[in-house]
Design a binder for this molecule. Sequence first.
Ligand SMILES: Cc1cc2nc3c(=O)[nH]c(=O)nc-3n(C[C@H](O)[C@H](O)[C@H](O)COP(=O)(O)O)c2cc1C
Length: 383
Amino acid sequence: MEILWYLTAPDGRYPWNPKGARKIDYAYMQQLARSVDHLGFSGALLATGPHDTWVLGASLIPYTERMRFLIAVHPGLISPVLLAKMALTFDQFSKGRLLINVVNGDSRALAAYGYHLPHDERYALCDEYLTVWRQLVQGKTVNFEGKYVHVKNGKLALPTVQEPHPPLWFGGSSAAALDVAAKHIDTYLSWGETPPQVAEKIAKLRLLAEQQGRTLRFGIRLYLIVRDTEQEAWDAAEWLLEHMDEESVTKMQGVLSGTDSVGQQRMLGLHGGRIPKTIKDLEIYPNLWAGLGLVRPGPGTAIVGDPETVAARLQEYASVGIDTFILSGIPLLEEAYRVAELVLPLLPVSPTVSQVNNTVLPFTWNNSMREGAPTQLSVNTPT
Ligand SMILES: Cc1cc2nc3c(=O)[nH]c(=O)nc-3n(C[C@H](O)[C@H](O)[C@H](O)COP(=O)(O)O)c2cc1C
């Protein structure tokens, strides 16, 4: 099992409301990245928030040693040749710690950047784009004339650090998305749907990938609300719900309704868009609470419970085929510690394996960390 954290603004005790949002600046991001690195997460997702993902990731390389940066990119916003150059530069400077999250976004959000292709055409572009990108990062000279991408004598001077190239991850739930994923992607991501919904998607994708002669890994993006007891965990969820004011909910649901993202529509379908009468009204599966989707875009579900229950639910996702978890809590910094101390020791967390020479980066979780005993790290020095 591989577990990543989340490194994207906004953040705070209830960041959907200015009163509950904290100041996010470079110092805070450094602190968060250092915590992710130190606590034993294998990396973090840098999603398309207010900061540019490449600048954010690159600026944090010197503050980290082991964590991998899952950088969100929108194909089509910049040339595939430039993106390939950025990837190889980042991979070289971070010593093989780059992961790329290919996201095809939402029409309205992309129109604001001057990018106007409709939903399915974005995936047609993405297919051409990744075809070119994969060849470039493997050192090939590219001449490609497609409907959307036209490159003449594209060639990069840097070699790749990770073989065959920095891994491509991907989130997209529409039919067009699944076809592109099957063809190009290494790890397919879902937002926090229920285990049966995830199992259905995985079965579909495995079939599509098989037709391409490929195999995929699968990941999921979930919030955790974990406390020492079930009651305390549900009380913490209740506290968040109490801080969801009508204005913030109406504003967020207004922004999200009408989205052409199938993944987002699936998330919206889990909560009905209104503040529930009781917290448990939005428990859509045992210990899976859909309330966060009322105020947060993208992933809107949290596993709520004591450490053993949360670990058991994560294991249930693992049993349907998920091997990678991108977790987060509110706020990101404090909850990174809580999750690392309460949940990670209960899971078969894989050490961070560098793609470079398959060496194990120097840190693995040890149960003694949970008990507050003097820390004993399993140190495997990379060769
Ligand atoms: C784990 C995960 C992370 C995502 N991160 C982003 C992101 O950072 N920016 C973004 O615009 N979309 C993000 N998305 C959404 C994708 O952009 C996806 O392409 C979008 O849902 C539209 O595609 P669809 O209609 O095929 O679902 C993410 C999706 C998943 C599952």
